[in-house]
Design a binder for this molecule. Structure first.
Ligand SMILES: [Cu+2]
Length: 456
């Protein structure tokens, strides 16, 4: 596998700024046309990359709407596989969740499907294919979804930063080994070209300008540790949901599908730079760089917390039901057997079915829900990673909060668990329907690490 050069990374990051991808939604219908296209992902010395994407660009059209709006999106399927869209992190009605064969029929080639989304929460979300997602997302079927607060904090720039990791061949084409067994059973399909696309960024920043940066990790399997240089600031939201108090900004480690909103002030001197760095162990390399020009002489006061979303905050788990969720399988785990499609299979038989991972002993969807929750019940998911790899566990339809010794963590829809880690996450089951719970390392999900539960 070729490793594309650092120079390539820098140039392409600049080229990506020119992408025309922005749509403001306000009640009328927005079209997302899933289609094949060509994109100049890397240096112009390479040919354009053939991708699948929404409306001809990667990332797809950025959707922006106001909290409280209804967002109507028409998906038109112009690729030769069936497809669907999942609105990652949005607390939507069950039949709008975009899971084919589960919450809706697959959208066949040439067909349309109309999504009707009530935007209850402000924040940074994203949308992506939920059909053969290990392939369709890896080919580019995703985009940012930004729900603006009515009382957004004052900043000079509000910029979305989409991180991705591509596996490209020597001619910059997407390597089509999506079901490579080694990837499925190890850390998932990792790429050789990591980039960050800033939407509508200026050519330079000025000293003491305030930026809101909305980071979204759209990679199918890559954990992204990123840091900023030449700025100082705070993390104000995770997975779209405001933190009760801003946290000082350090390196952000985002698992696949995780987001973070940061507010930063440019502190680099005139002639200096603002850098976004991929923090690869101790080395690190620059993903994007912006020169800094003369600006204001003084910094603004620290920002306040963002206004909270209308989501229940946990105060106790005293009467909650605890459900253990064991992650098992993969390479180097010693897993001997698991259940798949209603049958007990040996590990060898599971692998024969393309299944490498289990959740509490079951690979892929069990016939019956993993658990049933009554409407309004508080559930504690006691997650334990008994594998040799990290996993990014994602729950559809609701957000959970980590149960800590002194209270509860922030609302999250996706959490990263390191090997051997055990952590508890609680949520109020207040959104009726059938919801997925799966690893968002999409190779792992494809190879068994997914289950579902029912509310109400
Ligand atoms: Cu995983």
């Amino acid at each position: 596998m070729t490793r594309l050069t650092r120079r390539t990374l820098l140039k392409s990051a600049t080229a990506a700024l020119a992408l025309p991808a922005f749509a403001r939604a306000s009640g009328h219908e927005t079209l997302l046309h899933a289609q094949p296209a060509s994109a100049q992902l890397v240096d112009p010395e390479y040919p354009p990359t053939k991708v699948w994407c929404y409306n001809g660009a990667v990332p797809g059209t950025q959707l922006r709407a106001q909290q409280g709006d209804i967002l109507n999106v028409r998906l038109r399927n112009g690729i030769d596989q069936s497809t669907s869209i999942h609105w990652h992190g949005l607390r939507v009605r069950n039949d709008m969740d975009g899971v084919p064969g589960f919450t809706q029929d697959p959208v066949q080639p040439g067909e349309d499907f109309l999504y009707d989304l009530a935007l209850r929460d402000a924040g940074t979300y994203w949308y992506h294919s939920h059909s053969r997602s290990f392939e369709q997302v890896a080919r580019g079927l995703y985009g940012a979804l930004i729900i603006e607060e009515p009382d957004a904090p004052e900043v000079d720039y509000d910029l979305t930063v989409v991180l991705d990791d591509w596996r490209l061949t020597e001619t910059a084409q997407i390597s089509d080994d999506f079901e490579n067994r080694h990837d499925l059973s190890h850390a998932g399909r990792l790429g050789n070209y990591i980039h960050a696309v800033f939407d509508a960024a200026p050519a330079q920043f000025r000293k003491h300008e305030r930026l809101r940066l909305r980071f979204i990790n759209t990679a199918t399997n890559r954990i992204m540790p990123v840091s900023l240089r030449g700025v100082d600031g705070w993390i104000v939201a995770r997975d779209g949901m405001p933190l009760t108090a801003p946290e000082p900004l350090a390196t952000l480690t985002l698992g696949p599908a995780e987001r973070a909103d940061v507010i930063v002030d440019v502190t680099a001197e005139t002639g200096g730079e603002v850098l976004l760095v991929f923090q690869d162990r101790d080395q690190g390399y620059v993903l994007n760089e912006f020169p800094v020009a003369t600006g204001a002489t003084t910094r603004r006061a620290a920002p306040k917390a963002l206004s909270p979303n209308p989501i229940t905050r946990l105060t106790t788990v005293e009467n909650a039901r605890t459900i253990p969720l064991r992650m098992e399988g993969g390479a180097m785990s010693g897993l001997q057997a698991g259940r798949y499609q209603g049958r007990d299979l040996s590990m060898r038989e599971l692998v024969g079915q393309g299944q490498m991972w289990t959740l509490s002993g079951v690979a892929s969807f069990p016939e019956a829900p993993f658990f049933d929750a009554s409407l309004g019940e508080t559930i504690v998911l006691q997650m334990k990673n008994d594998t040799a790899f990290p996993h990014a566990m994602h729950m559809h339809g609701m957000h959970f909060q980590e149960v800590l010794s002194d209270g509860f963590g922030p609302h999250k829809d996706t959490v990263l668990l390191a090997p051997s880690e055990a952590r508890d996450f609680a949520f109020v089951a207040d959104n009726p329907g059938k919801w997925l719970l799966h690893c968002h390392m999409l190779s792992h999900s494809q190879a068994g690490m997914k289950t579902w539960f029912q509310v109400g």
